[in-house]
Design a protein around this ligand. Structure first.
Ligand code: UDP
Length: 333
């Protein structure tokens, strides 16, 4: 029996595949390699290169492989890009999930763990954010993830496809052994950009605004170690295997760190200067996002063990310093 990981060549998906294989699971990966990296694919996983919107392709994978459950990471995930190109997000994220659910139903596969986001909440009324709070996404990206959740809910009601939707806050860090890590092109996320600056690949990091209503004026986020995040996916899979009902869980650390605090933490981990300049605010950035993750701890028995800012940055630094060009072999100039 196999677990199908959609997007298993991406940053978060590849960490899931490695942990599943560590646990002795048989893994099948589907990835179109649009943002995923071939080098991030675990050598012991069966890999099918293709697009989840291509129903004939997806059906052929379900016909060849004994798939029992699906973990779905295959989506576009950049807020800024989603505002400029909303139809790309509706097509890949929403339509892709529709095709996936149809194929699952045809093949009687009735368990799915889904990669969602704190962006479904939009600007929160208060923190910490709990699952009971309203979802009012401010970006197309967040809206497509919310629609994908609704698609799963209706599909569950009609066909009994059980799902767990995991709403991620800020994911960072890398596998401790640094075989795999974070490598986006272009890079937009805070921790990799800080560490690229530490490596001298950028002259400075630009802090997007220091006039927010926070103690040091910079935005506060809740950072969760990618390996802890994947632990929650494995716990969600066990929950569904044990007959758990469809549900939604936040995944974060319940602690907030400002952009300036993250840069300071990276300075102490790396011993590098990491020059920083203040720039304009980035459109759509809420001032504070902190998760209430008690529900995942209680219901899924999730025990995040590596989620401290120092550990996140240490593991990310191991990856970036040993792979300064990410998965690309050539040396940048
Ligand atoms: N950020 C920043 N400079 C950068 C990249 C990010 O100041 O070069 C800030 C961003 O405005 C946000 C935080 O860092 O407040 C985390 O941003 P990221 O893009 O990593 O994640 P997001 O919160 O958008 O999911």
């Amino acid at each position: 029996m196999s677990v199908l990981v959609l997007g298993g060549a991406g940053y978060i998906g590849s960490h899931a595949v490695y942990q599943l294989i560590d646990k002795g699971e048989t893994v099948v990966i589907v990835d179109n390699l649009e943002t995923g990296q071939r080098q991030a694919i675990h050598p012991d996983a069966a890999f099918y290169e293709g697009d989840i919107r291509d129903i004939d392709f997806l059906r052929s994978v379900f016909e060849k492989e004994p798939i029992e459950e699906v973990i779905h990471f295959a989506a576009n995930s950049l807020v800024g890009e989603s505002m400029k190109n909303p139809l790309k997000y509706y097509n890949n994220n929403v339509y892709g999930t529709q095709v996936l659910l149809q194929t699952m139903i045809e093949h009687d596969v009735k368990k799915i763990v889904f990669s969602s986001t704190a962006a479904v909440y939009g600007e929160p009324e208060s923190t910490p954010i709990t699952e009971a709070m309203p979802t009012l996404p401010t970006s197309t990206y967040g809206e497509t993830k919310r629609i994908m959740e609704k698609l799963m809910k209706r599909t569950d009601e009609a066909y009994g496809v059980n799902y767990v939707s995991l709403r991620y806050f800020n994911v960072a860090g890398a596998r401790e052994t640094a075989e795999i890590g974070e490598d986006h092109c272009p890079e937009t996320h805070l921790v990799p950009i800080i560490l690229q600056t530490a490596l001298g690949q950028r002259s400075h990091i630009t802090i997007f605004g220091d006039d927010y209503n926070t103690p040091d004026g910079t935005c506060i986020r809740d950072y969760v170690h990618v390996e802890d995040l994947i632990d929650a996916h494995l716990a969600a899979l066990d929950y569904l295997r044990d007959g758990g009902q469809s549900d939604v869980f936040n995944l974060g650390s319940s602690q907030g760190f400002s952009v300036k605090e993250m840069i300071d933490a990276a300075r102490s981990v790396t011993g590098k200067e990491i020059p920083a300049k203040i720039g304009a605010r980035r459109d759509g950035d809420p001032s504070i996002l902190i998760a209430g993750s008690d529900k995942a701890k209680q219901v899924l028995d999730w025990k995040p063990a590596r989620t401290s800012v120092a550990k996140i940055i240490e593991d990310a630094w191991k990856w970036h310093s040993s792979h300064p060009n990410g998965y690309r072999k050539e040396v940048s100039t």
